[in-house]
Design a protein around this ligand. Structure first.
Ligand SMILES: *Cc1c(COP(=O)(O)O)cnc(C)c1O
Length: 357
């Protein structure tokens, strides 16, 4: 294996043991003599994998029985409109909080097919904070939020006290810490940040959110289709589901989401401590809303950006270039990023600042 430390925002790092087990399964799945890539999704080879993945999702998140778990295709971006089609009855409105590019895309898609209100936004300060203290009318059907803003490096550290269920895009921080399921009527997440390879989307819906739509939706766009068929109405993304299952096993063996949260807090502190102690680095997010998954920062002197990037790459730190909406740099330190990787980055940042002091 290379010594490269991958700070990419997504697709992104997965645990080394998962890469090893997944590559073994491509050659020979559990000693069957078959590759995971060639087995039927309706076979005794795959069904136990799917069921284990679903059971691990339930167990790790602590989902009560009235939540349904689906593994779908189309990415989180498909859920931007599929959620609206399935959950928002005609004549009702949904509320949205705009905390960045991904929320804005969710809002854009929803507006094309339904009536929604944006009730809070942090656009005024380039999404560097999480809006708080806004009123949420119980007349809305649900409140759409984005738990972690991958591009801006902000994350809800506490949830608004919502009188209506939340529908939440958790693509970039799902399984990074325990959640309180009762707050959410629906949760969705593209796998490729914290769960597995690109190609599968985890969708969780509480049963009482469904059955309110009068319109007939195309079969593939109805959650009921996928619930009734246990995510096997059509061919599911077999390999991404398999790898996700391996990642969930890894998480469980590690001690689950409580243990993961402690590790993630500790990892994030290494980088934020450097940002807070060296004025050479300027964090994008306000401190109280800082993401434990994506650390965004600029150099005080942007003329040094190129040199900093090269310096990091020479130290093996890859994928740090920030998104164009924020500029500068972004260290994505998802669950699978080892603490040693983050420590190396923190050291590299200190050295580079010293060099230019
Ligand atoms: C990456 C990301 C998305 C986009 O996911 P796709 O699976 O590519 O559609 C949506 N929301 C958030 C918060 C993300 O980080």
């Amino acid at each position: 294996m290379s010594h490269i430390i991958n700070f990419s925002a997504g697709p992104s790092i997965l645990p080394k043991v998962v890469f090893e087990e997944a590559s073994q399964a491509v050659l020979n799945l559990n000693g069957t003599g078959l590759s995971i890539l060639e087995v039927s999704h309706r076979s005794a080879y795959f069904e136990p994998i799917l069921h284990e993945a679903m059971a691990l999702v339930r167990e790790l998140l602590g989902l009560p029985d009235d939540y349904e778990v689906m593994f779908l295709s189309g990415g989180a971006s498909t859920q931007f409109f599929m959620s609206v089609m399935n959950l928002l009855p005609e004549g009702k409105k949904a509320a949205y909080v705009d905390t960045g590019v991904w929320s804005s895309k969710a809002i854009h898609e929803a507006k094309m097919i339904a009536s929604i209100d944006v009730i809070a936004s942090s656009k005024d300060k380039n999404y560097s904070y999480i809006p708080k203290g806004f009123d949420i009318s119980p007349d809305f059907e649900y409140l759409h939020t984005t738990s972690n803003n991958t591009i801006y490096g902000t994350q809800y550290q506490s949830w608004p006290d919502s009188p209506i269920p939340m529908v939440c895009d958790m693509s970039s921080d799902i399984f990074s810490k325990p959640i309180e399921p009762h707050r959410f009527g629906m949760i969705y997440a593209g796998a490729q940040k914290n769960l597995g390879p690109a190609g599968v989307t985890l969708v969780i819906v509480r049963k009482d959110m469904l059955g309110k739509i009068n319109k007939t939706l195309p079969t593939m766009l109805r959650y009921e289709t996928h619930i009734q068929n246990e995510s096997m109405y059509n061919t599911p993304p077999v390999f991404p589901i398999y790898v996700s299952m391996l990642t969930l096993r890894w998480l469980k063996n590690l001690g689950g989401l409580g243990a993961m949260q402690q590790m993630n807090e500790r990892k994030a502190r290494h980088v934020y401590d450097v940002i807070d102690s060296i004025p050479f680095y300027v964090g994008h997010s306000v401190p109280e809303d800082r993401s434990r998954m994506n650390v965004t920062f600029n150099l005080e002197d942007a003329a040094l950006n190129k040199e900093f990037q090269t310096y990091c790459e020479e130290a093996g730190c890859d994928g740090l270039k920030g998104h164009k909406s924020v500029g500068g740099f972004r260290a994505s330190i998802y669950n699978a990023m080892p603490e040693d990787g983050v420590k190396i980055l923190a050291e590299v940042m200190k050295e580079f600042a010293l060099k230019h002091a």
